[in-house]
Design a protein around this ligand. Structure first.
Ligand SMILES: Cc1ncc(COP(=O)(O)O)c(C=O)c1O
Length: 375
């Protein structure tokens, strides 16, 4: 049976990986500055992760959400401790889209409204409401298009005010650092005013931290660079270091009701064990400090490369903007230099999303390779 052909593929077949390196079926070593799309947080095959998942699958891989699962409680407590999001509550699911779908659904249930405000170049996933809030007509099917979504420019505070005052908006959803779109960010003033407007208009402020969360931005969450209090925070990607897990953190003012949200696989034992090992490792290895140190080092070198016209993002969520499209450069980096990087909807932007364990020597290797590829 052929695979449904929806992905244009690079001709590389990874078969194993360790920390920041991936190895293909011919034994070639690749430096991973892509992290499988910002997923690998504590490094490939981290011993804590391997041990936690192995031990858990031997004991109990899965049982349903109809019984007690103390691992979910441990995970919730650990997220609270590391993120500083005091008293938020946790609902677990399996992916980023599902996290945003649940966030939007919760906002709609609780406010009794249905329109969503989202932003230009935003990406929130491929499920019904999440894809409708995504600024890409090519991936919105007619069945999704019936959702009521208004897309505004980032920083258009007057637009947000006008729309919220119409009284029918359940949620404003935002990436504090845009991922797929190309690492653009709103201003502090904008985000903080949106927060105030949401509170004044019975609208939920949803922070989509699916890509920027879990330390990647240099703080536990990217929204923590600003004075805002999101009603809902969506998480996934780095949360499981490759094990599929997602979730939403829900503000303590929002009351749960039986049956309001639910899932079969979300929060299963294996996913929680993976998730706990990620948080323990982020804490024990002080990975957020490493993110900040390496980010500074990376950016200081990027500034010396004349072909780089603009450096975007924060922490280890970095965009290098050139004045040409980078498709061929990415191919050169993969096939000639054996380095994975990411692209974005902005075709001139190279996205750098390495494991949070990356060291200076890997940054040096990348810039040597980049200089060779640019000549
Ligand atoms: C900001 C953001 N939100 C949501 C998603 C969707 O996540 P998933 O692919 O796990 O459904 C992504 C994926 O790239 C993302 O970057």
């Amino acid at each position: 049976m052929p695979l449904f052909d929806v992905y244009p593929l690079y001709n590389v077949t990874p078969v194993s990986a360790k920390d920041v390196h991936v190895y293909d079926d011919a034994g070639t070593e690749y430096l991973d500055l892509y992290g499988g799309h910002a997923v690998i947080s504590i490094g490939h095959a981290h011993p804590n992760y391997v041990q936690a998942v192995t031990k858990q699958v031997e004991a109990l891989g899965f049982y349903s959400n109809a019984v007690q699962n103390p691992l979910q409680v441990q995970l919730a407590d650990k997220i609270e401790a590391l993120s500083g999001c005091k008293d938020y509550e946790l609902f677990l699911c399996n992916s980023g889209a599902e996290a945003n779908e649940n966030a939007l659904k919760l906002a709609s249930f609780k406010t009794g409204k249905s329109r969503v405000i989202a932003f230009k170049n935003g990406f929130h996933g491929r499920t019904s409401a999440a894809v409708a809030a995504t600024d890409n007509k090519n991936i919105i099917a007619p069945i999704n298009a019936q959702q009521q979504v208004t897309i505004l420019e980032l920083n258009d505070i007057e637009g947000v005010k006008t729309e919220l005052e119409k009284g029918d908006v359940c949620a404003v959803i935002v990436e504090f650092i845009q991922g797929v779109g190309g690492l653009d960010q709103g201003t502090a003033e904008f985000f903080e005013q949106v927060d105030v407007l949401c509170k004044a208009n019975n609208t939920y402020f949803i922070a989509d931290e699916v890509q920027s969360g879990y330390g990647r931005s240099g703080k536990f969450f990217a929204f923590q660079y600003y004075k805002v209090t999101p009603e809902v925070i969506s998480i996934a990607k780095g949360m499981g270091n490759g094990f599929p897990i997602g979730g939403i953190l829900i503000h303590p003012s929002i009351e749960a009701k039986y049956g309001m949200l639910g899932t079969t696989f979300g929060g299963n034992h294996l996913a929680c064990a993976a998730g706990l090992s990620v948080l323990n490792t982020i804490e024990d290895e002080k990975l957020i400090d490493n993110v900040n140190a390496i980010s500074e080092y990376f950016i200081s070198i990027a500034k010396t490369i004349p072909q780089i016209k603009n450096i975007k993002g924060k922490g280890l969520m970095i965009g290098l903007e050139f004045d040409f499209e980078v498709g061929d450069l990415r191919k050169k980096l993969i096939y000639d230099e054996h380095i994975f990087t990411g692209g974005a909807s902005n075709k001139k932007l190279l996205r750098i999303l390495p494991p949070l364990t990356i060291k200076k020597e890997h940054v040096d290797q990348f810039f040597e390779a980049l200089k060779r590829s640019l000549t």
